[in-house]
Design a protein around this ligand. Structure first.
Ligand code: ZN
Length: 339
């Protein structure tokens, strides 16, 4: 075990002792959190990024939905989660014909949902990342990193962890095409299943090469920016956990379009992590986070150069640890209803 891992465990244990003193989370939850956070890493996620790059390389350089690179990505993710012991389903969603297609037939595409076999299915902690790329590139930072992060966390956690609340992972299709996959999923989810969602946590680009550290939830002036009540609590835990990895996150709004949109609209407490796209890093940010001021967080955003070498592996590592700890925190929380 590395010194870093030991230090993380100590930090988590210390955090849990404080938590116990105030009446939250249970000791069993502490063990889950400590074990999970010590087990996950950016290095562990890297083979998944390599697999996604390989899929793009053998399918015309992209993983866009609809398309063979996307279909191969669905198969890859489903098989990794199946082998890890999850209950895996590939739900379908319709692609609404848009300007891009002159064919008006409705296509049904698959996306992947996986859930732990343990934990109360009436109180579900959900995390998701979009699995499709744009047609112009392989989409390794956007959003191979979000996918690889969730696969690393899911495989270290295993399909039957000792959690109080079930954990569900989603790998959305057609995010780059008007958020079709996640929108259809939320809008067709029966009422009781929607009510069962404690929270939704979104990962969309978590390894930008000139990384920023942003968390979403509770920030802004209107509900579409802040998310529903409870969102600030998700963001607080994410920021606290990022702080244990050595960075102070900036809180930002839900304004950019990503898969949280339908969850926010449905009143489900939501949070998000992201490392930035086309905007430039400020001098102050570069001082705080490192990297280059006056340059884009990701100069390869939506381009052919969004390849495996377009990833800041430290940013990926930090976000994986923070998301893992956050999921473990809420999955073992004695108070599943966030306000
Ligand atoms: Zn994206």
């Amino acid at each position: 075990m590395t010194t870093r891992a030991t230090r993380l465990i100590l930090l988590v244990v210390a955090a849990l002792l404080v938590g116990c003193a105030t009446g939250s989370p249970r000791p069993s939850g502490g063990a889950v959190a400590a074990q999970l956070v010590a087990g996950v890493s950016g290095d562990g996620a890297f083979p998944h990024l390599q697999a996604l790059q390989g899929i793009a390389d053998s399918n015309g350089g992209n993983r866009a939905s609809p398309g063979p690179g996307y279909e191969a990505s669905v198969d890859y993710v489903a098989s990794v989660l199946h082998d890890a012991g999850y209950e895996v389903t590939t739900t379908t969603y319709p692609v609404i014909p848009g300007e891009r297609r002159d064919d008006t037939r409705q296509l049904m595409l698959r996306q992947v949902i996986a859930q732990t076999r343990t934990g109360d299915p009436e109180d579900v902690v959900m995390a998701g990342a979009h699995l499709d790329s744009v047609p112009d590139g392989p989409g390794i930072n956007d959003n191979g990193t979000g996918v690889a992060a969730l696969l690393e966390i899911a495989t270290r956690l295993g399909g039957s962890p000792p959690v109080d609340h079930a954990i569900r992972f989603a790998f959305w299709g057609s995010e780059e095409d008007d958020l079709n996959g996640s929108t259809y999923y939320v809008e067709t989810l029966p009422g009781p299943d929607r009510d069962a969602l404690m929270l939704y946590l979104n990962l969309d680009m978590v390894g930008s090469p000139n990384a920023g550290y942003f968390v979403q939830g509770g920030q802004g002036h209107k509900p579409s920016q802040t998310g529903p009540p409870g969102s600030a609590e998700v963001a607080r835990v994410l920021a606290d956990q990022l702080a244990t990895t050595g960075v102070t996150a900036t809180h930002t709004t839900f304004d950019r379009a990503s898969d949280y949109t339908a969850f926010v609209a449905a009143g489900i407490p939501s949070g998000g992590v992201l490392t930035g796209d086309t905007e430039d890093k400020s001098a102050r940010e570069a001082q705080s986070w490192g990297g280059h001021a006056g340059e884009a967080y990701d100069r390869c955003y939506h381009s052919a150069c969004d390849r495996i070498d377009n990833v800041d592996r430290t940013a990926l590592d930090r976000n994986i640890r923070a998301v893992a700890a956050t999921l473990a925190h809420f999955a073992t929380s004695t108070n599943p209803r966030l306000m």
